[in-house]
Write a protein that binds this ligand. Structure first.
Ligand code: NAD
Ligand code: GLY
Length: 352
């Protein structure tokens, strides 16, 4: 098991990666106080032995699976259940699931009694390489992604790649969406993805989990609240979130299309090196080809782009600001007036 330390002004968090991470760490974390588990219906049904072995007698809240449940109503039910269970300040919340459970669980932990310890146990590839680390917690509101939330670091993240064995192929692809983001930021991950033909090969993915986490931990450590370097972790996300909301694609798929389109735009604007940008787009194509799906209908892309206006990076002056890849291991921001952004997206759709 590998140990990665993530130190911020508010917390020293520990991340453990490996098949023995849970076995080695979970029993000690469960000792001595009333705890609370948040998971979703799919994970709960798939892993009865895991819940029995570690969480027998612990209050377990099973949320209906799906992004549509990452909302205020669910948050309120979770908090009510925590209160009813009599959790104390010393209690811990264990979020066992994908990014939806991690985000809403982290927020519930941040709010309950003004903050109790949170342990993330990510079970999707996306959550293992990205969302369980770094302390972004949120729910969606009024059709806007992650608009209500808090930065709240988990005390520990326990990453066991064995959970990925039950993950549907489409969810593997979504996780690869975030891995491609790290390829856009990290030369070593970029080279690994360029060389690898079958991106979903399990051993290959396992080898990337730790690399992505190490990259993210370093970025978050330098800029926890996203005033500078952490914006890099939004590469592909401005357009990706807009696509996710308007097409109903999942987060990772939206990020893949967003990455393709924003890279195309950055190349056209002379911000991204052409040869490098095309290689990055090749990786995106390899990832998108992992599951057969008909191309989403982007005929309404101009209307979809409206959703990008609600992105948290914008300053409200009719400009859309994106984090984009510039060259191997180098990123930058690109701001365009809204009309130019729409035009660029329309061009990008044509080169998909
Ligand atoms: P998810 O949590 O909805 O999980 C995807 C699906 O996989 C769900 O149906 C879930 O029940 C199922 N699942 C989970 N583990 C499984 C397993 N081991 N085997 C089989 N099925 C399993 O979605 P996600 O893709 O993990 O996360 C997406 C969410 O993460 C979005 O809400 C996004 O906004 C958020 N996110 C947050 C951050 C962050 O930094 N906090 C970063 C990226 C994404
Ligand atoms: N997923 C973006 C971040 O954690 O900053």
């Amino acid at each position: 098991m590998q140990e990665i330390i993530l130190q911020t002004p508010t917390m020293t968090g520990k991340i453990y990666v490996g098949e023995d991470a849970i076995k080695n760490r979970l029993p000690a974390l469960l000792q001595g106080q009333k705890n609370f588990v948040l998971t979703d219906t799919n994970v709960y049904a798939l892993y009865p032995d895991f819940f029995k072995e570690y969480f027998d007698g612990t209050e377990i809240f099973v949320l209906a699976a799906g992004e549509e449940n990452k909302n205020f109503q669910s948050l309120q039910s979770i908090l009510e259940s925590m209160s009813k269970a009599g959790l104390l300040r010393t209690s811990r919340l264990f979020a066992v699931g994908g990014g939806v459970i991690g985000d809403i669980g982290g927020l519930a932990a941040a709010l309950y009694m003004r903050g109790i310890s949170c342990v993330q146990i990510p079970t999707t590839l996306l959550a293992q390489v990205d969302s369980s680390v770094g302390g972004k917690t949120a729910v969606d509101l009024g059709g806007v992604k992650n608009i209500v939330g808090a930065f709240y670091q988990p005390c520990e993240v326990l990453v066991n790649p064995a959970f990925l064995q039950t993950l549907p192929q489409r969810e593997i692809k979504c996780g690869i969406g975030e891995i491609v983001k790290y390829a856009a930021l990290n030369g070593e991950i970029f080279d690994a993805l360029c060389k690898q033909d079958t991106l979903d090969e399990p051993q290959f993915l396992t080898s990337l989990i730790e690399k992505c986490i190490r990259h993210k931990a370093q970025v978050v450590q330098a800029d926890e609240k996203e005033s500078g370097e952490r914006r890099s972790l939004n590469v592909g996300h401005t357009t990706g979130h807009a696509i996710e909301l308007s097409t109903g694609l999942s987060h990772g798929e939206g990020v893949l299309y967003g990455m393709f389109m924003e890279t195309q735009t950055a190349m056209e604007k002379g911000v991204c090196e052409k040869e490098y940008g095309e290689k990055l787009q090749q990786i995106v194509r390899k990832a998108l080809a992992l599951t057969p799906m008909s191309a989403p209908d982007f005929s309404g892309i101009a209307k979809d782009a409206e959703k990008a206006k609600s992105d948290k990076k914008n300053t409200g002056n009719n400009q859309i600001t994106m984090s984009v890849a510039k060259a191997k291991g180098v990123w930058t921001t690109l701001s365009l007036p809204f009309e130019k952004y729409v035009q660029a997206l329309e061009n990008a759709v044509n080169s998909l």
